[in-house]
Write a new protein. Structure first.
Length: 271
């Protein structure tokens, strides 16, 4: 085979892969496959091996029914509509352009424990565990004191079970596993971060210990309340109480699967 032919084949394979990777199956795709003569088995296989974006409203399901789509396929559409693709899970806010922006998790740069200092002051250990974020400002800037957030979850039982059984992170992004394990915003806490200008960081207290006892997690007294409205089975609108200008973050406070550490937060600035 000459070099030109080989290059042409390679380019064709790459382009075919890109088209396949970007393909998203919708209600219209299912109707189209039916009209082309695909049977239920082929349609179901295609749904399971593709990204999907289904309309599971009564109107959307009604169109499928009128088109002659089987009950089995419609049931799968309803099931898959509750499970957004991995790239869509997370916390979103509306930016200045009116677009939904995903808050990428920020990783704690380190922790600080003041046990030694407290021991010098008294014979009792009374310390605070602090988690720190680099920089004094978040990249996620919101210019309203009552923002609305959208939480999208994608709980996948088999993936969660595999993770908890120590079988790896099947299908769960390294910085996105919260939205596969959690099921609603009540498993997160909203806090205001303390800004340390001279140290160029933000921090939050994540635990306390004393001579008598110790505790992990954010103090409930520091948690900021928010309203939750269920939009769909795995999609929620979260509206905090009025927030004054400053630095804030959502922290996951639910059960941490075996082999994971909760070292990230979803931070934002109110201006």
């Amino acid at each position: 085979m000459n070099p030109k032919s080989l290059i042409a084949i390679i380019l064709f394979c790459i382009s075919s892969y890109i088209v396949t990777a970007q393909e998203v199956i919708t209600n219209e795709s299912i109707i189209q496959m039916m009209e082309l003569g695909f049977d239920d088995t082929m349609i179901i296989d295609k749904i399971y091996t593709s990204d999907v974006k289904f309309d599971a409203t009564i109107a959307g399901l009604g169109k499928l029914k009128k088109a002659g789509v089987s009950t089995e396929v419609i049931s799968l559409v309803m099931e898959k509509s509750k499970q957004n693709t991995k790239s869509k899970t997370g916390i979103y806010f509306v930016n200045e352009d009116g677009e939904d922006k995903l808050i990428q998790p920020a990783v704690f740069s380190g922790t600080n424990d003041n046990k030694v200092a407290q021991r010098l002051v008294s014979n009792l250990i009374n310390s605070k565990q602090k988690a720190r974020l680099p920089r004094t400002k978040s990249n996620n800037v919101i210019k309203t004191n009552r923002p609305e957030f959208t939480f999208i979850f994608n709980p996948a039982t088999t993936e969660v079970d595999n993770l908890q059984n120590g079988q790896g992170n099947v299908g769960i992004g390294g910085l996105n596993w919260w939205f596969r394990v959690a099921s609603n915003p009540n498993e997160f806490v909203l806090v205001k971060l303390k800004v340390k200008e001279r140290q160029n960081l933000r921090e939050v207290i994540t635990g306390k210990s004393s001579y008598i006892s110790s505790s992990e997690g954010v103090d409930p007294k520091l948690a900021i309340g928010f309203d939750i409205e269920e939009i769909e089975g795995n999609k929620f609108k979260v509206t905090p109480t009025s927030l004054e200008p400053g630095e804030y973050a959502f922290l996951y406070q639910g059960q941490v699967p075996q082999g994971r550490q909760n070292q990230s937060v979803f931070d934002f600035s109110i201006q």
